[in-house]
Write a new protein. Structure first.
Length: 233
C-alpha cells in the first residue's frame, strides 16, 4: 500500500493534538540548501499525538544564517559543506517553536537554527548509483507532490517502465545545494509485492530514495518530459 510521504517545508497542514514548544530536535538531513537544510522532524511532529500515528514522514526546512554555528559531536567546528543528505544532525533553534502548531498556522514562523550539530555522517562508501531493479519491477505510480493522492500515472506497460528505468537506473549519488521543493512521489512496486518510494525534488534534478534517505542526480529535462507525456493526455 502506498505510504504517503509528506514534505512539510513549513507549509500549512492540519495536525490534531497538542505539543510543547521545541528548543531542539534530531533527524536525518534530506536536502542541503544555500540558506536552509531540510531535516526529518517526524518524531517532533508526532510527539504527544493521541491515537494511531500515520506512516508519514515530515521534513522541516530550517534556515541557517551567519550567526548559526556548526560543529560535530565532539565539539569541533565544521561548515555547512560538511553535511550531506542522510547525515544525522541535532538542530538547536534560535527561538523555541511549537512545530506542530506552527505548521497549522496560516502565517508560520520560520525555523532558524542557532546551532547545528553533526551527530553521524552518512556512509559515503556505500553510496552507489541508484539501482532500479528493472527485472523485479511490476508497476510504478507517480503522484503529485509529497502529500497529495492525485495520481499522474500508473505505469505497467513494459515500454513505459523501461523509459522510467532509463531515467533512474545508475543515477549517480547527489550532494550539494538543492531547492527545498517537492515535485513528485514515485511508488515502485516489485513482483513480490514490496514497494520502494522515491521523491523527486530540486525542481526535478534530484530524487531521494526514502528507504535509504539517499539523494541521486536526475536529468531534469528528460524526467519532466517523461511526466508531461502523461499530464498532457
Amino acid at each position: 500500500m502506498y505510504r504517503v510521504i509528506a514534505a512539510l517545508v513549513i507549509s500549512a497542514i492540519f495536525l490534531a493534538g497538542c505539543a510543547e514548544s521545541t528548543e531542539s530536535f534530531q533527524g536525518n538531513t534530506w536536502e542541503i540548501g544555500t540558506s536552509s537544510v531540510v531535516v526529518d522532524c517526524s518524531d517532533e511532529v508526532n510527539k504527544g499525538k493521541k491515537g494511531p500515528i500515520n506512516a508519514i514522514g515530515y521534513g522541516c526546512s530550517v534556515e541557517y544564517t551567519s550567526n548559526t554555528t556548526f560543529k560535530d559531536v565532539n565539539g569541533k567546528s565544521i561548515t555547512i559543506n560538511d553535511l550531506i543528505p542522510g547525515s544525522e544532525v541535532k538542530v538547536v533553534l534560535s527561538k523555541s517553536v511549537n512545530i506542530r502548531r506552527n505548521i497549522e498556522s496560516k502565517n508560520p514562523k520560520p525555523l532558524i537554527a542557532k546551532e547545528i550539530v553533526l551527530l553521524k555522517q552518512a556512509d559515503m562508501s556505500s553510496r552507489q548509483p541508484f539501482d532500479f531493479k528493472r527485472d523485479e519491477v511490476s508497476k510504478a505510480t507517480i503522484y503529485i507532490g509529497g502529500g497529495s493522492n492525485e495520481v499522474i500515472a500508473e505505469i505497467e506497460q513494459t515500454e513505459q517502465l523501461n523509459k522510467l528505468s532509463e531515467l533512474l537506473h545508475h543515477a549517480p549519488p547527489y550532494s550539494g545545494a538543492a531547492p527545498a521543493d517537492w515535485n513528485y512521489t514515485i511508488a515502485i512496486e516489485s513482483k513480490d509485492g514490496s514497494e520502494r518510494v522515491i521523491v523527486v525534488t530540486g525542481n526535478g534534478h534530484v530524487f531521494i530514495d526514502e528507504s535509504t534517505k539517499r539523494a541521486y542526480s536526475l536529468d531534469k529535462e528528460k524526467f519532466n518530459e517523461f511526466v508531461s507525456g502523461f499530464q498532457n493526455k
